[in-house]
Design a protein around this ligand. Sequence first.
Ligand code: T3D
Length: 266
Amino acid sequence: MSGSGAELDPSVRVEIADAVATITLNRPDALNALTVPMKQALLSAFRAIEGERDVRVAIVTGAGRAFCAGQDLHERLQPGAAPLGEELRARYNPIVRAMRGLEKPIIGAINGVAAGAGASLAFACDLRVAAEGASFALAFGRVGLIPDTGATWLLPRLVGASRAAEIAYLNAPVSAADALAMGLVSRVVAADALMTTTHQMASRLAAGAPRALAMTKRALNAAWDRGLDAGLDYEAHLQDLAGRTADHAEGIAAFMDKRPPRFTGE
Ligand code: T3D
């Protein structure tokens, strides 16, 4: 999967440069609403990135004015559309598992509205940077559904139970400014600065020690359902592994030599 990721459905674009894979949801006329081929392409993209040694960071963003409007509701009405639970098990949930399991940080560059499963995809990123005009809306309630694609699990962990309940029950859109205030995103920037800011963040991550970053993600993932004792034990276990990497030795050597480290992922 080098360069443009030509084997994927055109509804998902993948561009790789400078150790960063930028995944763009690319159905702007439908606000990047998710179809079956798009979900398959998105899953393939994350799986391919996992195997690409030269990719150290992923960015997910949307083409046009939206991040992603969730499930394509026209497709849902097509005869033969899979029952909802089946669609979740077969196509949505594997994407969330792939994102949370990807041993590389994922930055969501939230360029516009993130609704329904589109909001869930944003929640499944490791970091979120939002454009000033972006918003999050669970939207599910308006179509008589429950928040899915991980939203009921991810959102309370990101913003706390009370805010998650308000967002889930009331379906009120959350502005970028409110998302920043509640910690749902870590930065809000002008729309025209979104990709520059995101790429700067990605470059910093890409310069980090890949295995240490992967283990940091593992530890943060695990922290969501472990107590302090287990968390301390897991940190010690992972730090043992990190301490045996060549990158750890390189980091120490670089510090002593007063130069930037050159991490190789070894
Ligand atoms: O398989 C399963 O169903 C299970 C999984 C479910 C997960 C889910 O995601 S359920 C929730 C699905 N999503 C929604 O309910 C959101 C629907 N969209 C909206 O509420 C609004 O479009 C937005 C709040 C996102 C944006 O509003 P606005 O006013 O900025 O734009 P718009 O005019 O509503 O939409 C612009 C176009 O995008 C329009 O097409 P047109 O008329 O110009 O040809 C609209 O139909 C299209 N669009 C927007 N969202 C979807 C969509 N087309 C298909 N599916 C959509 N979800």
